[in-house]
Design a protein around this ligand. Structure first.
Ligand code: SF4
Length: 102
């Protein structure tokens, strides 16, 4: 059960209106779908080539020929469904070289 402002749901009364749980869930889903995509910003100066990030997020981050993350110095768009792998990659970097932007 959810309370909404008067008039927000077609109600013209003077008090809050009680709506169904289904309405509340649909509203939250719409808000989530409009969120901007997550990004990873990888600091080239901090990356020391430990390789934990691309081990945690294969397919999102890749190694270069020297073992550094190939995407260092760039911002990477995180595709839908890879958000947890992106967070794990940032969390496991021992140099704190990866910032999660959302
Ligand atoms: S875990 Fe950190 S230091 Fe290691 S390659 Fe990835 S970004 Fe660079």
């Amino acid at each position: 059960m959810v309370l909404v402002a008067p008039g927000a749901d077609g109600d013209r009364g003077c008090g809050p209106t009680v709506t169904s749980e289904a309405t509340y869930s649909l509203t939250n889903y719409t808000t989530y779908a409009r969120m901007p995509p997550m990004k990873l910003a990888i600091d080239a100066g901090r990356c020391a080539g430990h390789g934990r990030c691309y081990a945690m997020a294969p397919g999102l981050l890749e190694p270069d020929e020297l073992g550094f993350v190939a995407e260092r110095g760039t911002t990477v768009d995180v595709p839908a469904g890879s958000e947890q792998a992106a967070r794990d990659a940032a969390a496991w970097c021992p140099e704190a070289a990866i910032d999660v932007e959302s």
